[in-house]
Structures are given as structure tokens and as C-alpha cells.
Design a protein around this ligand. Structure first.
Ligand SMILES: Nc1ncnc2c1ncn2[C@@H]1O[C@H](COP(=O)(O)OP(=O)(O)O)[C@@H](O)[C@H]1O
Ligand SMILES: [Mg+2]
Length: 261
């Protein structure tokens, strides 16, 4: 499951971390990979180390086959969520990332019933290729009047068009900043996006979370809306909800192990 934004700073990392922790808190087996090719912020938001990362693993994969043991050494556990950190500094070539990432995602998919991938903004060919590798996408859209417009432009672009056949969901972040209801409804109609929830704009809650290195899903005013969005995502994954996307039910491989339905 890729978590992706139509632009930078829409809250992809905040949401990816929150969805991961909420799903782990519900007792599901879940891993979160920071694959933002531009700048990985998952470890920073969670207070984890960055020297065991996807980028180290991908480099290792060019030297020798990466197996579950190598993956195990790179994963960090945070409240039941397995985390593979990303690259902490911006820039650098990412072309060599993809074959190694393919291997790492395959190994993670063998072990976890849900693998969340923080892709960041869909600004580059590398991000588009990583998104294309995912089976389904959660878009994090800024709740400003232009948030829906930004997603529309992104899904109409050469990066976004190939992704339109995938099951897609959307979370409106910083809601309350004016993304009109009709724009949200239009996005659902036009692109078949399932709306997972609205997360209010709350600077105090995210500041406090960042100062305490305690992601906002774990406490404060944003915890409830973030948990609700995660619950709704699981409902869609479990098929308890009729997804409004065009391509039918999610593949069974995405369904958490604990759901027997
Ligand atoms: N709901 C929100 N209300 C207020 N600030 C937010 C909210 N969501 C995210 N932010 C802040 O916006 C900034 C960018 O968020 P981040 O998750 O890093 O975005 P991205 O990964 O898309 O670049 C961070 O400082 C974060 O704390
Ligand atoms: Mg980010």
C-alpha cells in the first residue's frame, strides 16, 4: 500500500506513520517502509536511527543477495510496527534504487500482511515507479481549496496516469482549510477514490508530537481522526466496505492475516 501526495508537504509521512502505528495497535502484522526518494522523514518523526535503512539494504543488494536475515537486521520495531527507515539527506541518484526495492518489498510482503510505503510526493520518475509497484494507493491531499485541483493535475500527469487503474483511497489532511465538499465528491466520482477521512489542521498537536517524538496518532487532538482513518482503511482492505474505486475489491494478498472473512 503506497502512501503518496500530489505535492510536497501534504502530510504523507505524518499519515503513513499514523496509519502504521494504528494498524499495529489493532494487532495486525504491518511494516512501514520509508521509500521517499527525495527525503526520508519517517525515522525522524519516530525518533529512530537512520543508519539502518532501505538505502543501506538496497546498496547491499547490489553486492550480495538480500535475505530475511539482512532485512531483520535493518528493521526497527516501534510499538509493534516494523519500520524500515529511509534516507535522511536529500538528493542523490535514485535510479539504482528500484531493483533493490523490488527485492525488499517482496521480502516484506512475505512476512507482513500489510506493507505501507511512504512514497512522498509524486514529483519524480522514481516516486512514480515506486507507486506503480504498489498494489493500492492512499493519497494524502491537502485540505485547502486547491487540494483537489492538485490531485486532479497529478492524476492527469504522465506520472499519475499509469496509476489510475489501481485501487485508490484518499485522506484529506489539514481539513478545515476550505477543500469544498463538492471538490471531494468530484474526486470520488472522477477517480473512484474512497475517502478514508478528514484530519483537521492542528498546529499545536503536530508541534507537540514533533517535540516529544510521539506521533500524533498516539495522543492529542489528532489521535481520534487519525485512528478513524486507519480503521476505515482496514474496513476497505477487509472488504467490509464496498470500495468506490473502479477496479473492484483489493487483492486478497492485501488483506490482513487476522481477517478470516
Ligand atoms: N493535520 C495537520 N495539521 C497541522 N500540521 C500538519 C498536519 N499534518 C502535517 N502537518 C505538518 O506539516 C509538515 C509536513 O508534514 P509531513 O508529514 O512531513 O509531509 P510530507 O511527508 O507530505 O512532506 C510537518 O511539519 C507536519 O507536522
Ligand atoms: Mg514525507
Amino acid at each position: 500500500m503506497g502512501v503518496v501526495g500530489p505535492g510536497g508537504g501534504s502530510g504523507v509521512t505524518t499519515l503513513a506513520v499514523s496509519l502504521g502505528l494504528a494498524v499495529a495497535g489493532a494487532g495486525r502484522s504491518v511494516a512501514l517502509v520509508d521509500a521517499d526518494p527525495r527525503l526520508g522523514m519517517v525515522a525522524a518523526q519516530m525518533g529512530l536511527v537512520e543508519d539502518r535503512s532501505l538505502f543501506h539494504l538496497v546498496h547491499e543488494a547490489t553486492l550480495r543477495p538480500v535475505d530475511q536475515a539482512a532485512l531483520e537486521r535493518s528493521l526497527q520495531s516501534h510499538r509493534g510496527l516494523a519500520v524500515l527507515a529511509g534516507r535522511g539527506e536529500p538528493g542523490g541518484p535514485v535510479g539504482s534504487l528500484l531493483p533493490g526495492l523490488e527485492v525488499v518489498l517482496g521480502l516484506l510482503a512475505d512476512r507482513y500482511s500489510l506493507v505501507l510505503v511512504d512514497i512522498g510526493p509524486l514529483h519524480s520518475e522514481a516516486a512514480a515507479a515506486i507507486a506503480f509497484r504498489c498494489q493500492a494507493l492512499v493519497w494524502v491531499v491537502d485540505g485547502s481549496p486547491l487540494g483537489a485541483d492538485r490531485l486532479d493535475r497529478c492524476l492527469s500527469s504522465s506520472f499519475g496516469r499509469p496509476l489510475r487503474s489501481k485501487p485508490q483511497m484518499v485522506i484529506v489532511n489539514r481539513a478545515g482549510l476550505g477543500l469544498p465538499t463538492r471538490a471531494r465528491e468530484w474526486l470520488a466520482r472522477e477517480y473512484g477514490l474512497s475517502l478514508l477521512g478528514l484530519v483537521p489542521f492542528d498546529l499545536a498537536a503536530v508541534r507537540s508530537a514533533e517535540e516529544r517524538l510521539l506521533p500524533p496518532v498516539l495522543g492529542g487532538a489528532l489521535a481520534s481522526p487519525l485512528r478513524r482513518a486507519a480503521t476505515r482503511m482496514l474496513e476497505v482492505l477487509d472488504g467490509e466496505d464496498t470500495p468506490r474505486h473502479r477496479s473492484g475489491a483489493l487483492p486478497s494478498t492485501l488483506r490482513p492475516e487476522s481477517s478470516s472473512a
